[in-house]
Design a protein around this ligand. Structure first.
Ligand code: CP
Length: 308
C-alpha cells in the first residue's frame, strides 16, 4: 500500500518523481483562476478524507483545494467530532474509513497513531503532521528551494531553534535528497540524535553548532519554526522562550550568512519571536512560496498514493 508516512519510508526515486509531477502540475495551471479544476482530473470520482486532531490552516486548505482541483470530493473531519475522539480505536476507524473513501490524510499526535491507521487501512494514508515529523511540508520546502536555487543536492541547510517535527523531517529530507544540515539550538531541544546519525551514515554532514552566527556562515538556506509547537506543554512556554531567544532569525543573523542564503519558515510564524518582521517580509524570505507549494506538492503526493 503506497502510504506517504515519512520521507525515510518512501523510495528516493519516488520522492523525486513526486516533485517532478508537482512542478509539472504547477506549470500546467499557469494563470488559471484558483477555483477552477485542472485540465486533467486524475482523482475524478474519488473521495478524500482529511482528519485533523490538531489545528491547521495550510494543510487543511491546501489538501482540500488540491484534491478538488484534481476532481475529487473531500471531507474535512475533526478528530474530536468523530468517534475516534471518544474511545473508538484507530484500527477500527481505519477499517471503517477504508470501506467509504479512497484516501485518508491525518494530522495527529504521536507517530504510533499514524502507523496504526496505516496498518489497518486498506486505502493509502498520508501523514499531515505528527509530533515527530511533517513530510508534506518538506516536499514543499525542497520544491521551493529548487525553484529558487536549482538542485538542493550538496546544499547546506541551517536549522535555527527547536529540534521539532519539521526539523526532524529536514534531517530525513537531507538523507533522501543529499544535502547537509547544521542544527543550531539549545542542547535541551536537539532533534532525535538517531536522525543525525542516519544522515552522517548516508555520507552527508550533520553538524551541531551552538553559536548561531557560525551556524549560518556557510548556509544556502536558513530555516526556523515556532518556539512552542502544537503538543508542547503551555507551562513550558517561558522556559522555551528563554532557551531559544539567542536563535532568533533576525537581520543581524542574516548579516553573518552568505548574501545568497534563502530563509524559510513553514508558518504559522510568531513574528518578533523566532523570526522578525524584517526577515519574514524581506527579500531573502520565500515563506509564501513555501506555503503555495504545499498545494502543488500534496497534489502530487495524492496522485502517487492512488497511482493516478
Ligand atoms: N505549516 C503547516 O503545516 O501549517 P498549518 O499548521 O496551518 O497546517
Amino acid at each position: 500500500m503506497p502510504h506517504f508516512l515519512d520521507l525515510d519510508r518512501t523510495p528516493r526515486e519516488d520522492l523525486r518523481a513526486i516533485l517532478d509531477t508537482a512542478r509539472a502540475m504547477k506549470a500546467a495551471r499557469g494563470d488559471r483562476p484558483r477555483g477552477t479544476p485542472d485540465d486533467a482530473l486524475p482523482l475524478e470520482g474519488r473521495v478524500v478524507a482529511l482528519i485533523f486532531e490538531k489545528p491547521s490552516t495550510r494543510t487543511r486548505i491546501s489538501f482540500d483545494v488540491g484534491a478538488r482541483q484534481m476532481g475529487a470530493t473531500t471531507m474535512v473531519l475533526s478528530g474530536a467530532d468523530m468517534q475516534l475522539g471518544h474511545g473508538e480505536t484507530v484500527g477500527d476507524t481505519a477499517r471503517v474509513l477504508s470501506r467509504y473513501v479512497d484516501l485518508v490524510m491525518i494530522r495527529t499526535f504521536g507517530a504510533e497513531i499514524l502507523h496504526e491507521m496505516a496498518e489497518h487501512a486498506t486505502v493509502p494514508v498520508i501523514n499531515g503532521l505528527t509530533d515527530s515529523s511533517h513530510p508534506c511540508q518538506l516536499m514543499a520546502d525542497v520544491m521551493t528551494y529548487e525553484e529558487h536555487r536549482g538542485p538542493i543536492e550538496g546544499a547546506r541547510v541551517a536549522w535555527m531553534g527547536d529540534g521539532n517535527n519539521v526539523a526532524q523531517s529536514f534531517l530525513q529530507a537531507a538523507e533522501r535528497f543529499g544535502f547537509d544540515m547544521t542544527f543550531s539550538g539549545p542542547e535541551q531541544l536537539d532533534p532525535d540524535p538517531r536522525l543525525m546519525e542516519r544522515l552522517r551514515a548516508s555520507g552527508r554532514d550533520a553538524r551541531i553548532e551552538r553559536d548561531p552566527a557560525r551556524a549560518v556562515a556557510d548556509a544556502d538556506l536558513i530555516v526556523t519554526d515556532t518556539w512552542v509547537s502544537m503538543g508542547d506543554a503551555e507551562s513550558s512556554r517561558q522556559r522555551r522562550h528563554n532557551l531559544l531567544r539567542p536563535y532568533q532569525v533576525n537581520e543581524a543573523l542574516l548579516g553573518a550568512a552568505p548574501e545568497s542564503a534563502l530563509v524559510m519558515h513553514c508558518l504559522p510564524a510568531h513574528r518578533g519571536e523566532e523570526i522578525t518582521d524584517a526577515v519574514l517580509d524581506g527579500p531573502r524570505s520565500v515563506v509564501f512560496d513555501e506555503a503555495e507549494n504545499r498545494l502543488h506538492a500534496q497534489k502530487a503526493i495524492m496522485r502517487w498514493c492512488v497511482g493516478a
